[in-house]
Design a protein around this ligand. Structure first.
Ligand SMILES: NC(=O)c1ccc[n+]([C@@H]2O[C@H](COP(=O)([O-])OP(=O)(O)OC[C@H]3O[C@@H](n4cnc5c(N)ncnc54)[C@H](OP(=O)(O)O)[C@@H]3O)[C@@H](O)[C@H]2O)c1
Length: 260
């Protein structure tokens, strides 16, 4: 089975490293086309069309804005590789319109793919078989975890995986700033809070209690953490977070409409 990449930028490169490191495909079965990037050890094709004809699975790792142009170069082909799009805003129905009766998978990885820690989600159309799905699973498991979701969740999910690292970093940034103003060296404050974030995530994954219960456990009555939690509640953090979620989802829906 031959795998091809159209576009080998940050994300294409991360997936390529994952599959080579985890030996999901051997380099002689990997093909790519990218206008500028040159990678040794795998096959470079002269254009999008020749790449498409040569492989069984195509990963479209290009920006959403480039899709109309690239699709116009591929859609006349009689060849029917499995199409995998990782582009934000490109939905299954858009691809199905241009590639009817073809196997199509939409995957949304996140930034941590570059260190093999992506939390990726995917949706598929009805032509994708369980065998196809297991190949897709092995490709994207090489860069982290992969979860099947309903396609209608693809906009909202960005608030949980794609965009969430930025929201978390924003919270961390504010805490680090305040600690620095209080006399902590910045690097030390950053290290402590990142280690705490990692430990807290691992702990919560192993503990079946709800977040309310976990928080209650840390906040003893008249204790220290409770005072910080009160500040968050007074600032109506639930309202703020719902707005962040909705803004993320709305913008994703807008981009989808702009491309159509
Ligand atoms: N980065 C992320 O964290 C992330 C997360 C989830 C999903 N994604 C999605 O992944 C896709 C790729 O993102 P990225 O961050 O990897 O972007 P990127 O670094 O800009 O990579 C895109 C690559 O495609 C190349 N390219 C442009 N036109 C092409 C064409 N006609 N045929 C073949 N290759 C072409 C670009 O070359 P030039 O630079 O010369 O144009 C570039 O090397 C996007 O759709 C994005 O929505 C990214």
């Amino acid at each position: 089975m031959k795998l091809g990449f159209i576009g080998l930028g940050k994300m294409g490169d991360a997936i390529l490293s994952g599959i080579i490191t985890k030996k999901v495909f051997s380099p002689e079965d990997i093909y790519y086309y990218d206008p500028v990037k040159e990678v040794s050890g795998i096959h470079r094709m002269k254009d999008e069309g020749s790449l498409y004809e040569a492989v069984d699975i195509v990963i479209l790792a290009i920006k959403p804005q480039v899709f109309p142009e690239v699709i116009s170069l591929l859609q006349a082909s009689k060849h029917r590789p499995i199409l995998v799009s990782i582009a934000g805003g490109i939905d299954l129905s858009y691809l199905e319109k241009h590639f009817p009766h073809q196997k199509i998978v939409r995957v949304m990885p996140n930034l941590a793919a570059t260190i093999g820690q992506s939390v990726s989600v995917y949706a598929k159309n009805s032509h994708v078989t369980s065998r196809d799905e297991s190949i897709i699973t092995s490709i994207f498991s090489s860069i982290g975890t992969l979860h099947l979701i309903k396609e209608e969740w693809m906009d909202g999910v960005l608030a949980l995986n794609g965009s969430f690292p930025a929201y978390l970093y924003r919270f961390i940034e504010g805490m680090v700033k305040r600690a620095v103003a209080d006399g902590f060296p910045e690097a030390f404050a950053k290290q402590l809070i990142l280690e705490t974030t990692l430990g807290s995530a691992l702990f919560a994954m192993q503990d079946e209690r709800s977040f309310t219960e976990l928080i209650r456990d840390i906040c003893s009555p008249k204790g220290i953490t409770l005072e910080g939690i009160k500040v968050l509640e007074e600032a109506n953090i639930d309202f703020l977070q719902a707005k962040v979620y909705d803004a993320t989802k709305t913008r994703s829906m807008e981009i989808r409409r702009e491309i159509k």
